[in-house]
Design a protein. Sequence first.
Length: 246
Amino acid sequence: MEREEEYSREKNGEIIAETPDGGKEEKAYPPQENVYLAGSREIKSLPEERGASKISEFTGYLRFIQPYVLFITFVFFGALLAGYHSSANFPEMADQLMEGFSARFAPLLAMPPIVIMFGIFLNNAFVSLLFLVLGLALGVLPVLFIAFNGYIVGVISHIVAQERGLLFIVLALLPHGIVELPMVFLSAGIGLRLGHQVFAALIGRPTEIKKEFKEGLQFYFRWILPLLFLAAIVETFITPLILSFL
């Protein structure tokens, strides 16, 4: 027992020395060198650990809301196909939607590129945050908004495809859409998950709505917002450059 106490004290930086009369004298010296070396090892490993933890955090949360995101993706592309075919069957309605869309964004397109970029980013950021927050209303509004936007994209895609061809549509949407659309789907998926939790609470099931809402907002600001900014850069500067070669 006495040896265990001595080992514990030595481990904590206490040195036990014998006195001339056979007693023991305790001297405590802070293990500064060991602390420094340990700190050095921690500092060297922090970037890698943080990078790994961020990636695992992203993938873990993505798996958590995956069913909701898949449902939102299905709704969007289903509405897109419906809009594409209805544009072919009801051209007058399609022209009216196209005119309204052009009138809404025409002033922005006349601005300098940097202003266009921030305009696109702020619009997408606001809409995505709206999808997330409005999900608290039983998840109905994000689904409706996603369906409406998918329908509009389908109508516009058909009209533009008639004038410029399908290749133009693919090149106009793919470069930025490959980043932008998943982020919008993620926001709506989080909103749908929150709506599901609200419904569960209403029927008496145990939920953690506040915690999940906080986690959803953290994910939005940490991941969705920066990637929406990247998508806006691509849409403003890269996509027009690609389309200029057609």
